[in-house]
Each structure stands twice: as C-alpha cells, then as structure tokens.
Design a protein around this ligand. Structure first.
Ligand code: DQA
Length: 147
C-alpha cells in the first residue's frame, strides 16, 4: 500500500533562511528544516513533498495540486500569513488536516504580524519553537490523521 503524502509549503523569503535575520529565524537553512520534517514524516510512515515559492499564485496552484492527492498540508506562508485572503481561500479548499507553521512567534513581534488571515482555515498552528517546529508540525498533523 502506498504511503500517505504530506505537502510542506514554504512561502516568500524562506529560501533565504540561514542568511536572513538570523537573530530572528536562526542559522539553519530551509534545507535543514525540510530534512528534519522529512525524517520525522518518514519515521511515522509518511512521504513528504516540499515546495518553496516567493509567488502567491504559485503557492495557490500548489495547494490546488495537493487536493485529492495529499493527505495533509503544512504551510509556513511567510508574510502572506498576514494579508493573503487568496491563500486562505485556497487552503479552505484542501480537505485534509492543515498546519500553519512559523519559526518565530508572530504574535510577540510587530503589531501587523499579530493577525493571521490563514489561522481560521487551518486545523492548528505551531509557532515560536524555531526549527523544532518542523518535526512538531509533522507529528501534530499525523496524530490528527490523514484527510
Ligand atoms: C514567519 C513569520 C512571518 O511574520 C514572516 O513574514 C516570515 C517568517 C516565521 O516563520 O516566523 O517570513 O512566517
């Protein structure tokens, strides 16, 4: 039997992790976080597919491509978290469990980061645990179960 597939999506500027504001986001690269998430998924019997894009429309297309194919979705939407209603609408069309993931705790930062327009359409949020959040998000999603 084939294993369930988890889609991990990384939004704008996350390709620069490791170089970008390391005092906020740490020194690990996106590849390091993906590897941590993938090994946790593998341990739990899931395959993980990762995509990063700096483009809102491309992220929306990727969410559409996960529909009916992937059993769960984890997204760090970067700054799109705070204003992209189009991304929220796309996430609402995905029927499986969904985790909103952030390295930092946006609620503890600038006021404009306190709003997440995607929070109402996800199963739950993991934020503020740095890189540890990646395997934590995988575990949370797998415990909720395939969609
Ligand atoms: C982030 C938090 C967002 O506010 C920010 O725009 C990012 C990264 C995080 O992982 O902490 O790009 O999503």
């Amino acid at each position: 039997m084939s294993r369930p597939v988890l889609m991990l999506l990384s939004g704008p500027n996350l390709n620069l992790l490791g170089e970008r504001e390391p005092e906020v986001y740490g020194s690990a690269t996106l590849a390091d976080h993906v590897e941590a998430a993938r090994s946790e998924a593998d341990r739990l019997g899931w395959d993980l597919e990762h995509h990063q894009s700096n483009h809102e429309g491309q992220l929306i297309d990727l969410i559409h491509s996960a529909r009916g194919r992937c059993s769960g979705l984890i997204i760090n939407p970067g700054a799109l978290t705070h204003y992209s209603r189009a991304l929220a609408d796309a996430l609402a069309t995905f029927e499986g469990p969904k985790v909103e993931l952030h390295l930092s705790n946006p609620a503890a930062r600038e006021e404009w980061r306190g709003i997440s327009v995607v929070a109402p359409v996800v199963t739950g949020t993991v934020a503020g645990f740095g890189g540890a959040g990646y395997p934590l998000a995988v575990r949370a999603l797998v415990e909720v179960g395939p969609g």
